[in-house]
Design a protein around this ligand. Sequence first.
Ligand SMILES: NC(=O)c1ccc[n+]([C@@H]2O[C@H](COP(=O)([O-])OP(=O)(O)OC[C@H]3O[C@@H](n4cnc5c(N)ncnc54)[C@H](OP(=O)(O)O)[C@@H]3O)[C@@H](O)[C@H]2O)c1
Length: 292
Amino acid sequence: MPVLGFGTLIPDAAATISATRDALEAGFRHFDCAERYRNESQVGEALQTGLAAGGIAREDIFVTTKLWNTNHRPERVEPACRASLARLGLDYLDLYLIHTPFAFQPGDDQDPRDQNGHIIYDDSVTLLETWGAMESLVDSGRCRAIGLSDIGLKELLPIYESARIKPAVVQVEAHPYLPETELLEFCKEKDIVFLAFAPLGHGIRPGPLEDPVVSAIAARVGKTPAQVLLAWAVQRGTALLTTPRTAARARENFNISALPEDALDQINRIQTRQRLNAVVKTGSPGFIPQGR
Ligand SMILES: NC(=O)c1ccc[n+]([C@@H]2O[C@H](COP(=O)([O-])OP(=O)(O)OC[C@H]3O[C@@H](n4cnc5c(N)ncnc54)[C@H](OP(=O)(O)O)[C@@H]3O)[C@@H](O)[C@H]2O)c1
């Protein structure tokens, strides 16, 4: 998996196409998608035209997508994967993730709610049962690897211990305000890729992008705060996902270089702690466009 990943959580269809093309042109070869983002078709379209225009082979890119919460029942997993593949215009996935450990009421409504506005969960399926169906996708060759997202160490451990095919990747929020060190150490020990989303803190300000330690390092090494945060993520041993929406930002976010050791130490000593995305607590995504 290329460590620098381009995330496709972009609300607008036209912007999805242009940003994906720009990311490919800037050098990104790892694309993170999800059924829930409702734009797999646009990502697929941008990839098909981008690969053809750039003479890039399918094998040279790494494409991930994610199984949504309403498809956790084992019999729904393969059809959901097939549907994602059809939208993306691909015949295999490099990585398929269970988007969150929360099963929602199955059906076409991705956000099932009761009359009080509470999410309707599905208690009739366990995460391990869903994982079993994910393993079958590896057996059939539809997916090269499988993993989990928005999961903590406590929920990951039983899956890791019981799984026939171990999770290859864990995708979680991580940045200097949420380093997730314990999970990272576990992943390193077990050879699981720790894939950080929101490495720029979702772009929220104030946030890691405006942290005075990060800004001072950026000025010292002649890079932007975004480049400093992305370099820190790579140097601590994680892969990452970032979502530049313009060609200039795609080039900026791809053009990172190693920070000096003392800069890494300074960032590791930042004391602020902040989780920005509550999806890990409920399975309900914090940053998804609702209306389409
Ligand atoms: N598993 C999950 O539950 C989950 C949850 C969230 C995200 N993800 C995945 O992770 C990906 C990345 O997450 P993210 O979008 O939060 O990543 P991010 O890169 O931390 O944040 C993106 C935000 O940062 C801004 N930005 C990007 N490059 C910048 C730069 N060079 N300088 C200043 N600001 C910059 C963007 O601003 P503009 O909008 O102004 O360009 C955007 O608002 C998503 O696309 C998705 O694939 C997964």
